[in-house]
Ligand binder design. Structure first.
Ligand SMILES: *[C@@H]1O[C@H](CO)[C@@H](O)[C@H](O)[C@H]1NC(C)=O
Length: 413
C-alpha cells in the first residue's frame, strides 16, 4: 500500500484484521419506520458532508486519469474499489444516503511538505473539477452558499473543494489567494504534521514536538487572510492550542470539517469542551467524524454503531448548541466506521436514530445542512465587509521555514 493512501487508517487494517469484528453492543438499529421518516426529512434537508477523501483514490489507482471511470455506478463490487480499504462513496450510494452537498478533500500527505506539495494539491483540485464535469446530471461545482441552495433545488450534489492541509500553500499568502481563486472554500490548517506556522493535534500526545505552540504570528495572519478572502478556516487536525489561537484572532466563524467530541471519547483529533463552548459566540460548527477510532474506545474490537455517533452529536449540541453541529464523515479516508454508517448510503440510519432520540425535523435539518449553510453565509458576509482591506503582503520569516525532523509522521490517526 502506498504511503499516500495511509491517512487515518487504523492499526488493525495495517495488519489485515479490519473486518468481521462484531460490535459489543446489542443495538439492533433504528426501526424501518424511523428510517423512512428520516429519508423524507433528508429529502427536504439534504446532507452536506464536510469531508470525503474519495479523490485520493483516483490519484492512487488511476494517477488521476478518469478515462473510462464511471462514478455513477455502485463501485463496491468493482476493482480496485472492491478491495480498497475505504470503498465508501459513489453517486448511487450518495443518492441513497441523501447527500446534497459534499466537500471533496484535496488531500496530499505530509510527505510532500517542503517538497512538491503545491503542485500536487493543485492536481487534486483539477481532478475534483474533472470528476464533477464528467457527471453534469448528478453533480455541480459550487463555491458559495447560494450555489449549494441552487444545487439542492436542482437535485444535484453540490461539490465543493476543501484543502487538507495548510502545507498546500507552501509558506505563501499568494498561493492561499490562488487556491481561493481556483475554488477552494476551506483549508484545514494542518494534517498529521506541524506546518511552520501551526501545530497539529499530535503535539498533544507527544507524537510530535511542539513547534509554534499553537499558531505563530504568521499563522495568525494566514487565518485573517482567509477571513478576508471568505475561505472557511478548518480546525480539524490541529492541536487544542492552535484551535484556541485561531478562535482568538479569527474575524469570522470557524469550522471543524471532520472531528468529534473529546469529552465523549478522549482523542487529540476530537474537540475539547472548552473549545466547543466558544463556538456559540463565534458561530462555528463541528462536523462529526465517523471514524471508529475517534468515536469509541477499543476500535479494533468494537467499531461502534449509530448510537455512538448520536452520543457525539448530542454532546456537541449540549455544549455548543444545536446550531453548531454538522456531519463530516471522513468517508474514503478511514478503514472502519460504525455499523450502519459504513458508507455514503448510511446517513438515514443516523438520522433515524436521532429521531428516536427526540430530535425534531427542524433540528435534524440544521444538523444535515442548515448549520453549515448559515456558517458559510456568515463567512461570506464578513468577507463582504472587508472588501476595502488590502491583501496581506507579509512573508513568513525565513528562520521559521526550516523543515524539521517531525515533518512527516504516518501515525494511524
Ligand atoms: C451497492 O452494492 C452493494 C453490494 O456490492 C449493495 O449491498 C448495495 O446495496 C448497493 N448500493 C446501492 C446504492 O446500489
Amino acid at each position: 500500500m502506498k504511503a499516500a493512501c495511509l491517512r487515518e487508517l487504523s492499526f488493525f487494517a495495517l495488519v489485515g484484521l479490519s473486518w468481521a469484528i462484531p460490535t459489543t453492543k446489542e443495538y439492533k438499529g433504528p426501526s424501518q419506520e424511523s428510517i423512512i421518516q428520516a429519508k423524507a426529512i433528508l429529502d427536504k434537508y439534504p446532507i452536506i458532508d464536510g469531508h470525503n477523501d474519495f479523490v485520493m483514490g483516483l490519484r492512487t489507482y488511476f494517477e488521476n486519469d478518469l478515462t473510462n471511470f464511471d462514478f455513477n455506478t455502485n463501485l463496491s463490487a468493482i476493482e480496485p474499489w472492491a478491495s480498497h480499504y475505504a470503498d465508501d462513496t459513489d453517486i448511487p450510494r450518495m443518492k441513497e444516503g441523501r447527500v446534497g452537498g459534499q466537500f471533496w478533500s484535496s488531500f496530499i500527505s505530509c510527505d510532500a511538505q517542503y517538497k512538491d506539495a503545491v503542485q500536487l494539491f493543485m492536481e487534486q483540485i483539477d481532478v475534483i473539477k474533472r470528476l464533477v464535469q464528467d457527471n453534469p446530471n448528478d453533480m455541480t461545482f459550487v463555491t458559495d452558499a447560494q450555489g449549494i441552495e441552487q444545487a439542492f433545488a436542482d437535485k444535484k450534489i453540490a461539490s465543493l473543494i476543501g484543502v487538507e492541509s495548510g502545507h498546500a500553500i507552501g509558506e505563501s499568502l499568494g498561493m492561499l489567494r490562488m487556491l481561493y481563486e481556483l475554488g477552494a472554500r476551506y483549508m484545514t490548517l494542518t494534517h498529521t504534521c506541524n506546518t511552520p506556522r501551526a501545530d497539529a493535534a499530535q503535539v498533544e500526545s507527544g507524537e510530535l514536538p511542539v513547534r509554534s505552540d499553537g499558531l505563530s504570528d504568521f499563522g495568525k495572519l494566514v487565518v485573517q487572510e482567509m477571513n478576508r478572502l471568505g475561505m472557511l478556516v478548518d480546525l480539524s487536525h490541529v492541536s487544542a492550542r492552535t484551535m484556541a489561537d485561531a478562535m482568538d484572532v479569527t474575524r469570522a466563524p470557524v469550522i471543524f470539517s471532520h472531528s468529534s467530541a473529546r469529552s465523549v471519547y478522549d482523542h487529540p483529533r476530537n474537540v475539547p469542551d472548552e473549545i466547543l463552548s466558544r463556538l456559540t459566540d463565534i458561530d462555528g460548527i463541528v462536523m462529526v467524524n465517523f471514524f471508529s477510532c475517534f468515536v469509541v474506545p477499543d476500535c479494533s474490537e468494537n467499531h461502534g454503531n449509530v448510537l455512538d455517533i448520536v452520543a457525539h452529536v448530542n454532546k456537541i449540541r449540549e455544549v455548543a448548541g444545536v446550531d453548531h453541529v454538522g456531519i463530516g464523515s471522513d468517508f474514503c479516508g478511514v478503514d472502519i466506521s460504525p455499523e450502519g454508517l459504513e458508507d455514503s448510503a448510511g446517513y438515514p440510519n443516523l438520522f433515524a436514530a436521532l429521531l428516536e432520540d427526540g430530535w425534531t425535523e427542524e433540528e435534524l435539518g440544521k444538523l444535515a445542512s442548515g448549520n453549515l449553510i448559515r456558517v458559510f453565509k456568515a463567512v461570506e458576509a464578513i468577507r463582504d465587509t472587508l472588501t476595502s482591506e488590502e491583501p496581506f503582503q507579509a512573508w513568513i520569516p525565513s528562520e521559521e521555514v526550516q523543515a524539521d525532523e517531525s515533518q512527516c509522521r504516518m501515525e494511524p490517526w
